[in-house]
Design a protein around this ligand. Structure first.
Ligand code: FPP
Length: 259
């Protein structure tokens, strides 16, 4: 199976890419895909396993989907790994989730480097345990010169918290005379967000049949195409990403205007 990437590189893919994805289309492959990876707990409970087993299985899906996104020529993949609200979960589950970045990067970092992937973080790193922060900082550092897929983990991330930070930063800039209030426009707000140098997501995927945003990228999702899957995140495969992208390419994006 051959796939013509947006950068015109042709490459072989191991999995079956649907025919429709091989034909040139009016709408390109999304530049930025964001995913709310939901359903790990239900996946585990359905198997009589502890919830954390679902998170470990979810980590394997992260690996598969990252490779698939890279194969498609997607430029940014943002994954909602831990929200500012997830601290409310039982201590054991939080501890397990905080150990996953370290485990993921220990096992996957070499492949990520080989694939020219650049790891990034959105969210507040201050509240993360030292070992989690160290693992993420290290991954960001060793991949900082890479020029391929940006693998952007949302960790201790909340959309409202991000906007509060931005408002505070702009208020301080006004107070210090660095910006005139009248000069605060959409670009100024966007520049005060974690995603200041990233394009807005073109496509948002949420798994597990839930139809909500859960405080994820509230500013950035203004014109994003939404795609929901009933599959639980650990069951999400590369073919499911292909299906979402195929559907995205059939959408007619008008950004509030007319065709
Ligand atoms: C939501 O499922 C999932 C999470 C809160 C955690 C997501 C984390 C991963 C998929 C692993 C992350 C991997 C790395 C490399 C950091 P849920 O627990 O809310 O599921 P439920 O709704 O069925 O209970």
């Amino acid at each position: 199976m051959r796939w013509q990437r947006e950068d015109n590189q042709v490459q072989d893919l191991p999995g079956a890419v649907p025919e429709a994805l091989e034909r040139p289309k009016a709408t390109a492959v999304p530049e930025h895909v964001a995913i709310i990876m939901d359903g790990n707990g239900r996946w585990a409970e359905a198997r009589g396993l502890p919830r954390v087993a679902g998170h470990r299985a979810g980590m394997k899906a992260v690996r598969e989907v990252t490779v698939a996104a890279d194969d498609l020529g997607i430029r940014v993949l943002t994954l909602y790994a831990f929200s500012t609200e997830n601290w409310k979960r039982p201590r054991d589950e939080v501890d397990f989730l905080m150990a996953l970045p370290q485990e993921f990067l220990l096992t996957e970092l070499k492949e990520l480097i080989d694939k020219n992937v650049r790891v990034r973080l959105i969210g507040d790193p201050e509240a993360l345990p030292a070992h989690t922060r160290k693992a993420v900082d290290e991954a960001i550092r060793v991949t900082s010169e890479n020029t391929g897929l940006i693998l952007n983990f949302a960790l201790n991330y909340g959309g409202r918290m991000e906007l509060v930070r931005a408002v505070r930063a702009l208020a301080e800039a006004v107070r210090d005379g660095r910006i005139d209030p009248a000069a605060i426009d959409e670009q100024a707000v966007a520049n005060a967000l974690y995603t200041r140098d990233l394009p807005d997501p073109d496509l948002l995927i949420r798994t597990s049949g839930e139809l909500r945003l859960s405080n994820f990228m509230l500013w950035q999702l203004a014109y994003t195409e939404l795609w929901f899957s009933d599959k639980l995140w650990p069951d999400f495969r590369r073919e499911d990403l292909f299906a979402a992208v195929e559907d995205f390419r059939r959408r007619d994006r008008r950004y509030g205007g007319l065709r």
